[in-house]
Each structure stands twice: as structure tokens, then as C-alpha cells.
Design a protein. Structure first.
Length: 325
């Protein structure tokens, strides 16, 4: 075995050990600051969530549209069905003539789909088996590595099968934990602009599989910081984008400073694609991820999955929605 290869293997082991230590330290810090102090709030939110669930059936239905002008795409499973309905309904009451595409993780049942389509009439349910078949037919030959990556990361559908459904040249990628309280004028403007461009609600911090400087080194692109897929207008990826990622993945996987097994990998790959486009920039602070209580003047709030924030979806967000009905 060559000396350089031995050095590389030693470096990989060292980096792996450092990552494990950092992960353990990060988990302890997370529990100390963002989990243990909010146990009571989590319990209260869980109880309120059960009470709110029956109220979904009473929401004014979103009417069907013959010619959608906006597409909303959302990854959803049974455990987040109620949140998905609240979230999509909150946006679609303002974004007229929109169509919702629900990309199932395989856990949605017929009764779940019936409830969703009762409230969100203009909706398409993409089952996991349908998505798998679509990827195999349309993407595997073009980008086999990207398709294999999809099999290992739950959120990879956002950069694969989600891109293959719909007819418009851009769409709103939306998580089930985002609520819209008033007319999202800036978001609508991005959806209706002459040319599609990446616009997103900024994250609390940049969450990628490697540092931005490392990603710039590998790609030679200006990688945007703080990109978050939870509330983002995105141009629909094309064959050139898929080919670019297909060629890039081996370089990312081979670099010891890049952790492609991280759940942030799809977000990173789309941030890299965003770096290839002009006019890429975040939305204003009104759409950014935030901590603390929901502001009375909030337009959009992304209730990210940390104990300090997620319970507020039910404790603050839904009551605020219902108050404005």
C-alpha cells in the first residue's frame, strides 16, 4: 500500500473520530439548551395537537383550479399529515390558482389522502411506488449515482422525484412545519417573476455537509449560505443540473471533509445547484427561520424541528391561523 494512501486512510479515521466527538458534544449541548428546558411545552403541544385535529375537517376547502399558476411540492408522511394540511391550506388561501403535490414517504393511507383532498381540492398525491417507478424510468439512465443516493436519504426526493412532477418551470418547495399568516407578497413575486430564481427563507445557520469554503473549493462556485429547503422558490432542475450532480457526487464522497451521509446532503446539493444560477438570494427577514415566540406581525413562520420551536406550531401558529378565519 502506498504511503499517500495510508496517510489518507489515517486522516479519514481521524476525521471520523473528530466528527463522533463533535456529534456527541453537539447532542449534549442540544439537549441542555434546546430540549430539556422545553419538555413541558412539548407535552402541552402534543395535547393541543390532538384537540386541534378534528378542526381540520371544518377548514374552508381550497377550490380546484383548471389552470394552475403556482405549484407547491411537499414531502409528507402519516405522522405529519395534520401539519401538512394546516401548512398547505395556510399558503394556498393566498396563492390562488395553485396546485399541491404531496410526495408520500410511503406511510400515507387512503383515509389520510381522502382527508387531505377534502380540504385541498387541487392536489396530486404521488405515492412512493409511483415516484420510484418515475425515477427509474426518467432519471436512472441519466444519473445513476444520484438515484442510488436517493435510496439512502429520505429527503433526497427533493432533488430527484420531486423535480420530475408538475408542469411549471419553478415551484414552491414547502415543509409541513411552515405556516403562512398573511399575504406572502414577496414569495408570490418570486413565483410569478419573468425568470425563475432561487429564493428561500434563511436558516438559523448554514447547514451543509461541509463548510462553504470547502464546497467552493470543490465546485469552484459561489455557494449561497443559509439556504433552507423548507420554504423556497426553486427553478425546476433540468437534465444539465442532474448531469452536474451526477459528476459531482464522486468528488464529494471522496473528500474526507465532506459528510455525504448527513441528512443535510440534499439541502447541500440544491445549494450547489443554486450557485450555478444568477439572481440567487434569500427572501427578506420576514421569511427567515427564527427562535422564540411567534411575532404578532409574522407573515410566514418555519417551526423547525427543535423542541424550542416545533411545539409553537400548535401552541401559537394554529391558534393564530384560526383567530384570523
Amino acid at each position: 500500500m502506498e504511503v499517500n494512501e495510508l496517510i489518507l486512510q489515517k486522516k479519514k479515521r481521524y476525521i471520523s473520530e473528530i466528527r463522533a466527538i463533535r456529534h456527541a458534544a453537539g447532542m449534549f449541548k442540544h439537549k441542555l439548551l434546546y430540549s430539556w428546558p422545553y419538555k413541558g411545552m412539548q407535552a402541552k403541544a402534543a395535547k393541543l395537537r390532538e384537540q386541534l385535529y378534528p378542526m381540520i375537517s371544518n377548514l374552508p376547502p381550497i377550490e380546484a383550479t383548471a389552470k394552475p399558476e403556482v405549484e407547491i411540492h411537499m414531502l409528507c408522511g402519516k405522522s405529519h399529515l395534520d401539519m401538512a394540511i394546516w401548512a398547505s391550506w395556510s399558503f394556498m388561501r393566498f396563492l390562488k390558482n395553485s396546485m399541491l403535490y404531496i410526495h408520500s414517504d410511503g406511510t400515507l393511507e387512503d383515509s389520510d389522502i381522502a382527508l387531505l383532498q377534502k380540504i385541498i381540492c387541487p392536489s396530486v398525491i404521488v405515492t412512493k411506488s409511483e415516484a420510484d417507478a418515475c425515477v427509474a424510468a426518467k432519471l436512472f439512465k441519466l444519473a445513476p449515482r444520484l438515484c442510488q443516493f436517493r435510496d439512502t436519504n429520505l429527503f433526497a426526493s427533493q432533488i430527484t422525484s420531486m423535480q420530475l412532477y408538475g408542469n411549471l418551470d419553478r415551484f414552491l418547495m414547502l415543509d409541513a412545519d411552515v405556516l403562512c399568516f398573511s399575504d406572502p407578497c414577496e414569495l408570490r413575486a418570486a413565483l410569478m417573476a419573468d425568470k425563475p430564481a432561487f429564493r428561500w427563507g434563511s436558516d438559523l445557520r448554514t447547514a451543509y455537509v461541509a463548510s462553504v469554503s470547502k464546497l467552493k473549493e470543490i465546485t469552484q462556485l459561489q455557494i449561497p449560505e443559509g439556504l433552507n429547503l423548507g420554504n423556497m422558490v426553486t427553478p425546476r432542475m433540468n437534465e444539465e443540473d442532474f448531469r452536474y450532480l451526477e459528476e459531482l457526487i464522486p468528488s464529494l464522497q471522496a473528500d474526507p471533509d465532506v459528510d455525504m451521509e448527513c441528512s443535510w446532503a440534499p439541502q447541500t446539493l440544491l445549494a450547489i445547484i443554486a450557485g450555478r444560477y444568477h439572481q440567487t438570494r434569500p427572501l427578506s427577514r420576514d421569511y427567515a427561520v427564527s427562535l422564540g415566540r411567534t411575532s404578532d406581525n409574522a407573515i410566514v413562520r418555519h417551526y423547525i424541528s427543535i423542541p424550542a420551536t416545533r411545539p409553537r406550531f400548535f401552541l401559537e401558529g394554529i391558534p393564530k391561523l384560526l383567530k384570523n378565519l
